[in-house]
Design a protein around this ligand. Structure first.
Ligand SMILES: [Ca+2]
Ligand SMILES: [Ca+2]
Ligand SMILES: [Ca+2]
Length: 298
């Protein structure tokens, strides 16, 4: 099954979907959910720069850990720039809200490990920005990015080589930055990141953890009007990476993206558990029972 087919099949989402599925056959999805627990199928992506070479034949690379499935390896050697964006523009809700969760890992470092990755929301899909300290993002105009930067390029990096920053309009001089992370990005550990944008409050929040339990508090946040930055609510969503005189394998291991403000609290099963058709009636009965109980108590 292609990713696009999966996307189409997963447009109905959430616990409330149980009741809707039982009561109504065809419901118009309020928003779309992308749920990639691995990168075995890259057909939904446009791969740019070296990323298209690394993931040759439309297939990704098996991850570095025992039992790994395929990952999206953005860069893997010195002096590279690459990116992967969903080919189809993602229709953000009218207020441009979104929620994203992804798992990433940097391994096989050389020369000290660099330069990191950027989660980017932008308006042109077939683009990889500048390499090295540009992290494959520099020069992507009309964009908002969240960088996970493991190389100190000086003042704009706060003179540190382990930070998370929020970037705007293709500049890697972050408008907001967190310099204290759960661990070193170069630790080769698996990191879990959440990027949530609430288009009503214009608040962009980033969370980072070493497990897939979403932290209560944001690591770094920034108020930005995404619609005025992008000039559209049709955005290309994806990841960029760059390397220079130092390198690493920069892997995205899984990714959940929701085109509305719906923070991902269960990354392994963001849709909720879909019951078998036979048990659907039981679920509906159960919900009706809860309703009856509530009425009795009222
Ligand atoms: Ca480093
Ligand atoms: Ca840097
Ligand atoms: Ca930086």
């Amino acid at each position: 099954m292609s990713c696009l087919t999966k996307l189409a099949k997963k447009t109905s989402r959430g616990l409330s979907g149980f009741a809707f599925a039982a009561l109504a056959v065809a419901a118009t999805p309020a928003h779309a959910l992308l749920n990639l627990q691995n990168f075995n199928d890259l057909s939904a992506f446009t791969l740019n720069g070296v990323t298209s070479v690394i993931n040759s034949g439309g297939q990704g690379v098996v991850g570095p850990n025992a039992g790994d499935q395929r990952v999206l390896r953005l860069t893997n050697n010195y002096g590279q720039s690459g990116s992967a964006f969903l080919t189809s523009p993602f229709s953000l809700a009218s207020d441009a809200s979104f929620s994203s969760y992804f798992e990433f890992q940097f391994t096989n470092q050389g020369g000290g490990g660099a330069d990191g990755i950027v989660f980017a929301v932008q308006t042109v899909s077939n683009t990889a920005g500048g390499g090295g300290g540009g992290i494959g993002y520099e020069g992507l105009n009309k964009s908002v990015g969240v960088e996970f930067d493991n190389w100190n390029n000086g003042f704009c990096d706060g003179n540190n080589d382990n930070h998370v920053g929020i970037n705007v309009n293709g500049s890697v001089c972050s408008v907001a930055r967190a310099d204290t992370l759960p661990d070193l990005l170069d630790s080769q550990k698996i990191f879990h990141a959440w990027v949530d944008y609430n288009g009503v409050t214009d608040e962009l929040e980033v969370r980072l953890a070493l497990t897939d339990t979403r932290p209560t508090n944001a690591l770094v946040s920034y108020t930005v009007d995404l619609v005025s930055i992008l000039g559209t609510t049709n955005a290309y969503i994806g990841f960029t990476s760059g390397t220079g005189a130092a390198t690493a394998d920069h892997d995205i291991r899984r990714w959940v993206f929701d085109g509305s403000y719906a923070p991902v609290v269960n990354p392994g099963n963001p849709n909720g558990t879909v019951p078998e058709p036979g048990s659907m009636a039981l679920v509906a009965l159960g919900l009706a029972g809860v309703g009856l109980l509530r009425r009795k108590k009222a």
